[in-house]
Structure formats: structure tokens, C-alpha cells
Design a protein around this ligand. Structure first.
Ligand code: ADP
Ligand code: MG
Length: 340
């Protein structure tokens, strides 16, 4: 094991030992850590140590954040760093007990850092699996998307929009049992297996990915008050276009789910362009295709599910409940359900 002083973030952290860096975001570093048993100053940490052998610790460096706390920040209408982090934590606490949501464990603030202690998902990002295997079989895609839909449904029921759904924020618990060990090739001459100069990338038919959980509430927003179901901050003077926007604002997450589904099925995202303005234009028109030959072997059921999610009109787009009723999502697969 590495000595404690390897990581500068360790010196200001109590009750946990940082072991290894496992992730990095724009303004954060994420470590695998262990609750310290030797230094149990408070009762809470010994309870945590009993429950969690390992944890994930998201360290937010105060200095690195944009609009860092300067007096007068509130005046220009921007949220200060502290407010931003406290909002992320408040929302994480609200949604924490969802079965497909990464559990919140603990929070600490020191002079230089904020620490968000969470349940560790040892498999890491779904993004990494896409990079490793290029694309997933329909069975595995369904296994992942069903759990993502469940996470989104849970958040939406609590009046919260995630707003940053992507393969980097989807984490998983690895499983050893591989029910379908043979890679499921679409066909032996599938060009997508030869994308990079003869590199054989077969995709995976199953196994490896167990429970999938949604992480990162840094961009999340509370839209409705849970108990009253009324929009937050509305006092009756809200303009109609704002009211309409608020009604459909949850649906941004379902677009994200559509992008994830498209990507896991074929190995590349639905919208892409080097030029940001061209990309923006394509998205605003919902201009995507089931590009040949990569989509040729994918079922109509899967394509239909993608279409219902990548629908430009948020009122027509699948809600999380509708997605969970989708025939393709509910068709038979040979993967074990995550809870056996
Ligand atoms: P950011 O807001 O900076 O994007 P995230 O919360 O998304 O921060 O964390 C960054 C990365 O750290 C994730 O994409 C993932 O790779 C890793 N990570 C975060 N939380 C966990 C966790 N609970 N278990 C395992 N890895 C995690
Ligand atoms: Mg992230």
C-alpha cells in the first residue's frame, strides 16, 4: 500500500485513506479510498467502516473552480463555488437511495477541498467498456439501458433532472459470471470489426457488467418540489413559455438516454461533427441516421426505441415510464438480472 502523503488531498481529509486515483472530471479528482478504522474519532465513521470496505472519494479543488468565491459573486447572478457544490450534495442526498443511483455516504470540507464520499462502483465507467469492445450486443445494451431508465425514472419522480447523462457518468459493478462468453458477431465480414487497420474488435454479448448506476449530480437541478408537485420558485407570475419549458425540462434526460442507447449499439454517437456550429445545427434538427453498414444487423425494435428517444419534440419523446414499457427493452435476453 502507498504511503498516505502521496496525494496532496490526503492531508486535509479525515476518517478516510486515499488509495488510488480512479477518475478525473473537469474540476474534480476521484479516488478509491478506505474508511480508516484506526482513527475513529466519531461514531459515524465506524458505522461507515462496517458498511463499506471501500469507497469512492470525489475531491473538488476550491481553487480550480470557475467563479471561485470572491465577494460580490452573487451580484452578477452566478452561483458561487460553495453554492454549486452544496447543491450537488443536496441533490445527491435526495436521490441517493435509488437502486440505480450511486449512494451518497459522507461529505467533508477543508481549506482547499470539498470531499464527496460515495459508494464505489468497481467496474468504472460504461464509457470504458465501449472503448474496450466498440459496441454492445442488443442484450447487453438492453441490460444497461433498462437500469439507466430506472435511475432516470427515480430521479424524475423526485422532481430532479440529471442534465448530464452520458457513458462517462454511468458506472457499473463488475460480475464474473459470463452467461454468453462467445462474442456475438453481427456477421463475420462486419466492417465495424475492422475499424482500425485490422484491429479485431468484436463487441460483447454479455457478462462483465452487473448493476449499473448513475453518478455525477454536478449539473442536476430540482424542477419540482416533491411533496407539492409545484414548480420550484414559481410565484404565479411566470411566463407561459417558462411554464411550458419547465413541464418538458425532464425530457432532456431522455434525449441523453437516446444518445447512450445509440452509442452502445453501434460504437459511435448519433451526432458528430468537427465543427461545433455544424454539430449544433444537426442536433437542433435531430439529424441523425442509422449509418450503413454498422446498423444493418441491428433489429427494428432497437431502432424504433432509439427513434422514440431521439425525438426532437420533447412532448412526443419517450418519458422514462414509456421507455420502461418499450417492447424491445422488455424482450427476452439471456443476461441474468442484476439482482441475482
Ligand atoms: P465530474 O463532475 O468532474 O465529471 P464525476 O462525479 O463524474 O465528476 O466523477 C469523475 C469520474 O470519476 C467518473 O466519470 C468516474 O470515472 C469516476 N467516479 C466517480 N464516482 C465514482 C464511483 N462512485 N465509483 C467509481 N468511479 C467513480
Ligand atoms: Mg462526470
Amino acid at each position: 500500500e502507498e504511503p498516505e502523503d502521496v496525494f496532496p488531498e490526503q492531508t486535509e481529509l479525515k476518517d478516510y485513506t486515499l488509495i488510488q486515483k480512479i477518475g478525473e472530471g473537469a474540476f474534480s479528482k476521484v479516488y478509491r479510498g478506505i474508511p480508516s478504522t484506526s482513527n475513529c474519532s466519531n461514531g459515524a465513521s465506524s458505522v461507515i467502516a462496517q458498511q463499506y470496505k471501500e469507497v469512492a472519494i470525489k475531491v473538488i479543488i476550491k481553487q480550480q473552480l470557475p467563479n471561485t468565491n470572491k465577494k460580490g459573486d452573487e451580484k452578477n447572478g452566478k452561483t458561487s463555488t460553495a453554492e454549486q457544490v452544496l447543491k450537488e450534495i443536496a441533490i445527491h442526498k435526495i436521490v441517493s437511495s435509488g437502486e440505480n443511483i450511486v449512494s451518497f455516504i459522507d461529505f467533508q470540507e477543508s481549506e482547499k477541498y470539498y470531499y464527496i464520499i460515495q459508494e464505489l462502483l468497481a467496474g468504472g465507467e460504461i464509457f470504458g467498456e465501449i472503448v474496450k469492445y466498440t459496441y454492445f450486443s442488443e442484450d447487453l445494451s438492453r441490460h444497461v439501458i433498462r437500469q439507466l431508465a430506472n435511475a432516470v425514472k427515480y430521479m424524475h419522480q423526485l422532481g430532479i433532472v440529471h442534465r448530464d447523462i452520458k457513458p462517462e457518468n454511468l458506472l457499473f459493478e463488475p460480475i464474473d459470471f459470463i452467461p454468453n462468453p462467445k462474442p456475438k458477431l453481427r456477421s463475420s465480414d462486419d466492417p465495424s470489426t475492422k475499424l482500425d487497420e485490422g484491429v479485431f474488435r468484436p463487441g460483447i454479448g454479455g457478462g462483465g457488467i452487473g448493476v449499473v448506476k448513475l453518478a455525477d449530480f454536478g449539473l442536476s437541478k430540482q424542477i419540482y418540489q416533491t411533496n407539492t408537485k409545484t414548480p420550484c420558485g414559481t410565484v404565479g407570475y411566470t411566463a407561459p413559455e417558462v411554464v411550458k419549458d419547465e413541464r418538458y425540462s425532464m425530457q432532456v434526460d431522455m434525449w441523453g438516454v437516446g444518445c447512450v442507447l445509440y452509442t452502445v449499439l453501434c460504437g459511435f454517437p448519433p451526432f458528430f461533427d468537427e465543427k461545433i456550429d455544424v454539430l449544433t445545427e444537426k442536433i437542433s434538427r435531430g439529424e441523425y441516421t442509422f449509418l450503413r453498414p454498422w446498423w444493418d444487423q441491428i433489429s427494428d425494435g432497437a431502432k424504433n426505441c432509439v427513434r422514440k428517444l431521439l425525438e426532437v419534440d420533447p412532448a412526443k419523446r419517450y418519458t422514462s415510464e414509456q421507455l420502461l414499457q418499450d417492447p424491445w427493452l422488455n424482450s427476452y435476453d439471456c443476461l441474468p438480472s442484476a439482482d441475482h
